[in-house]
Write a protein that binds this ligand. Structure first.
Ligand SMILES: Nc1nc2c(ncn2[C@@H]2O[C@H](COP(=O)(O)OP(=O)(O)O)[C@@H](O)[C@H]2O)c(=O)[nH]1
Ligand SMILES: [Mg+2]
Length: 228
């Protein structure tokens, strides 16, 4: 709960530029440097699939085998995305999502989702269906940046979810499917960077739509209702 509040506060502060330390820095310089664009990513999936291991591998280049399973946390890192410095904010969820109100708050704050399962555990693959539905319901947006991620690809001999089944689900959802290994680091950067690219392209579509320049905009159910 504390980390939820801390996350919400830190995000709110960062968005509004109201963090006391930011204010002090701004106060000293007449022309504050522009903050890099922030992309907000949420890790979702059943317990034990490797959400924390993927997050920590991406953040710190190490494989953490025994991260506290009930601990949700948020991380922020500056990265260079196709030549542009941006910040990625990762919320690593951990079971508190069973409480609908907490889960909905988490999901609402996300701009893109890595929906993770383990290729060794069919139940975790089945669970992705429910995560997808919950995200679409909360975001009210069928076109939300989203990747289906089959983790633990290093355990090929223990594979229990056929590759074709994974690809088929991603195809039905019209999202990319990528297999990762938090252990060997295979495709770890790829999933975070691909998702940031989707978020970035989505933001530029939205701003073009707002400026009346067309663009894809939201495939949202919201736009199906026209009030005259
Ligand atoms: N072999 C292998 N083990 C992994 C991988 N990712 C996570 N694990 C292990 O799976 C267990 C659960 O990982 P964790 O990141 O805590 O899962 P979470 O509950 O989804 O955050 C831990 O013992 C990890 O060491 C992976 O890619 N390969
Ligand atoms: Mg975890």
């Amino acid at each position: 709960m504390f980390s939820t509040i801390a996350y919400q506060l830190s995000t709110k502060f960062a968005e509004e530029g109201k963090c006391p330390c930011v204010e002090r820095r701004v106060g000293m310089s007449k022309k504050p440097a522009a903050q890099p664009t922030l992309h907000k990513v949420i890790m979702v999936g059943s317990g034990g699939v490797g959400k924390s291991a993927l997050t920590l591998q991406f953040m710190y280049d190490e494989f953490v085998e025994d991260y506290e399973p009930t601990k949700a946390d948020s991380y922020r890192k500056k990265v260079v995305l196709d030549g542009e410095e941006v910040q990625i904010d990762i919320l690593d969820t951990a079971g508190q999502e069973d409480y609908a109100a907490i889960r909905d708050n988490y999901f609402r704050s996300g701009e893109g989702f890595l929906c993770v399962f383990s290729i060794t555990e069919p139940e975790s693959f089945d669970a992705t269906q429910e995560f997808r539905e919950q995200i679409l319901r909360v975001k009210n947006d069928d076109n939300i940046p989203f990747l289906l991620v089959g983790n633990k690809s290093d355990l090929a001999d223990k594979r229990r979810v056929p590759l074709e089944t994974c690809r088929e689900r991603a195809h039905n959802w019209q999202v990319p499917y990528v297999e990762t290994s938090a252990k060997t680091r295979d495709n770890v950067d790829k999933v975070f960077f691909d998702l940031m690219r989707e978020i970035r392209s989505r933001k530029s579509d939205d701003s073009r739509a707002t400026n009346g320049e067309g663009g894809k905009g939201k495939k949202s159910k919201k736009f199906k209702c026209v009030i005259l």
